[in-house]
Design a protein around this ligand. Sequence first.
Ligand code: PRP
Ligand code: ZN
Ligand code: MG
Length: 225
Amino acid sequence: MTDSTRLRIAIQKSGRLSKDCQDLLKQLGVKLELREQRLIAHATNMPIDVLRVRDDDIPGLVMDGVCDLGIVGENVLVEAQAERARQSLPSDVNKLAKLDFGYCRLALAWPQELGAQSKQWFEGKRIATTYPEILSQYLARENIKASVVMLTGSVEVAPRAGLADAICDLVSTGATLEANGLMQGETILESNACLIQNPALQDDAKLSLINKLLPRLRGVKQAKE
Ligand code: PRP
Ligand code: ZN
Ligand code: MG
């Protein structure tokens, strides 16, 4: 059941940010009963519903006002903003806080056996990525003409599968690159998880609830420092 008077927060259902998001909500005092297969979890002690979705869907849900808040990686946010702006769809969000988890970098990588390479090497190459907007902007900025191959997953196997010469993907520990014999190059974007809000949100009750949660968020951050 859905109820539009309840504050809706979108978080990643399963992936790198899920556990930290659930822990954060708990630290903010939001009591949730999360059942494995449920899309929506109702808080039992506050008028809050948590929607668990694919991370790539979170920016759009918040930009369109389907959800009031979202927790998402800046990498996913920046990509979605560029894509939606190009399609003339709403692409604004209020960034309420940068969170202290989900750190990763979006970096170029290529087969290790090729050894160190300069930027010029990418000229005329095919680069596989899940972040075509961010990569295209980088290539334009650097004046490199390369083709962008969009893959929604398994980007790290693209060179071996002959789908691309190089990749542009998220690196956290570096284990995925290492396991796939790839060498890490330049970082294009550094990213953390962040809390975003629909900029058109006007509901006084929801806004005052957010204003109650934000100082708690700062408290949680300080306690960790
Ligand atoms: C990213 C990336 C790699 C992995 C890198 O995926 O695509 O697969 O993390 O992490 P590592 O350097 O610690 O090995 P993510 O978890 O964001 O999942 P997704 O691509 O399904 O969104
Ligand atoms: Zn319900
Ligand atoms: Mg993803």
